[in-house]
Design a protein around this ligand. Structure first.
Ligand code: NAI
Length: 342
């Protein structure tokens, strides 16, 4: 029986992976995140299962190869934390491309609704028996323009939800969907005309800090910014400046640039060492959740089932439809011919 080493494993990972296992694999769960200091824990395992804040750099991949491990199964969609160029021809990388776009899109609209109608503040007020409405005024979303950056699986589900609210949807994506029921515009135009901007593109070298001082300057005064994609899409220093000046009217963030040292851990008994994160959390017009947009029962079931199927396919020598490599993007990838990236 093959052994899988899970990093950054929480009780809910154990629960859903144990339920999906069907006695196919032996699991070793580690609370530590994967990095150069912890990779040795995988000694004796046949595969590694990693998550969004693990560090799968060249150094870690070198060590995995030394340990005889040639597969990393990402139990998530994004893989910006994997050096896929360095993994090529050495370590297969599989992921879960679409477990529930609804989970993420629904969390995104949840952040927007809470931010706009100040539900987080109203909840605290009524608990204190303060029934005043001062400062809680929102706006109708109906008729407002929402700009969606990235119209893949999640972006399109989110666009449909926004349409249901009667919002005007515009989008930017270098690879537009041909049958889209919304208009594509340039990023500049999207920034200029949107009342709300929501990010749904992957983190790549092209999208790193796609929201920065310059793009914020082009936005409407009081724009709402929502990010459930990856923290480094937004320059957090520029975000802070925009929030302080009022240019950005509010931010709903499920991700944060420097989240990896904090998210998924309990710091409630300690002083937070990231001043910018502490400042963001303290702002009344910022709602921050801890990278939880994916976290529904349906998504966890799908993540566990697909990840274990990916591993079965690898160990059985079968095609790997969910494999990724740096050549997939420029269509020189071998997967079309050989059913595996290498
Ligand atoms: P997808 O691959 O279906 O769609 C991504 C879209 O972004 C594609 O249409 C692509 O053409 C577009 N894109 C690529 N480069 C772009 C650029 N420079 N500017 C604008 N758009 C660009 O991915 P999916 O499933 O919709 O996920 C999107 C992202 O959501 C993931 O990359 C991940 O970072 C994030 N995510 C966050 C989760 C959370 O729990 N907060 C859970 C799952 C995904």
């Amino acid at each position: 029986m093959k052994t899988i080493a899970f990093y950054d494993a929480k009780p809910y990972d154990r629960q859903y992976f144990n339920a999906a296992n069907d006695d196919r694999f032996h699991f070793r769960f580690f609370e530590s995140k994967l990095n150069a200091d912890t990779v040795a824990l995988a000694d004796g395992a046949d595969a590694v299962c990693a998550f969004v804040n693990d560090d799968i750099s060249e150094k870690v991949l070198d060590k995995l190869v030394d340990l005889g491990i040639h597969i990393v199964a990402m139990r998530c969609a994004g893989y910006n934390n994997v050096d896929i160029k360095s993994a090529y021809r050495r370590v297969h990388v599989v992921h879960v491309p679409a477990y529930s776009p609804y989970a993420v899109a629904e969390h995104t609209i949840g952040l927007l609704l809470a931010l706009n109608r100040k539900l987080h503040r109203a909840y605290n007020r009524t608990r204190e028996h303060n029934f005043s409405l001062d400062g809680l005024i929102g706006m109708d979303l109906y008729g407002k323009t929402i700009g969606i950056i990235g119209t893949g699986r999640i972006g399109r589900v989110f666009a449909n939800i926004c349409k249901g609210f009667g919002m005007r949807v515009v989008a930017y994506d270098p690879y537009p969907t041909p049958d889209a029921n919304f208009a594509y515009v340039s990023v500049d135009e999207l920034c200029r005309i949107s009342d709300v901007i929501s990010l749904h593109c992957p983190l790549t070298k092209d999208t790193y800090h796609i929201i920065n001082e310059e793009s914020i300057a082009k936005m409407k005064h009081g724009v709402y910014l929502i990010n459930t994609s990856r923290g480094s899409l937004i320059d957090s220093q520029a975000l802070m400046a925009g929030l302080k000046s009022g240019k950005i009217g509010g931010a709903g963030l499920d991700v944060y640039e420097e989240e990896s040292d904090f998210f998924y851990e309990d710091f409630s008994n300690r002083v937070l060492q990231d001043d910018r994160l502490a400042a963001l959390i303290s702002m009344p017009n910022v709602i921050l959740t801890s990278h939880q947009a994916f976290f529904t029962k349906e998504a966890m079931n799908a993540i566990a089932t697909t990840t274990l199927n990916n591993l079965c396919q690898y160990f059985n020598g079968e095609p790997l439809p969910n494999e990724i490599c740096y050549r997939c993007a420029n269509s020189t990838c071998n997967k079309t011919k050989n059913m595996r990236c290498f």
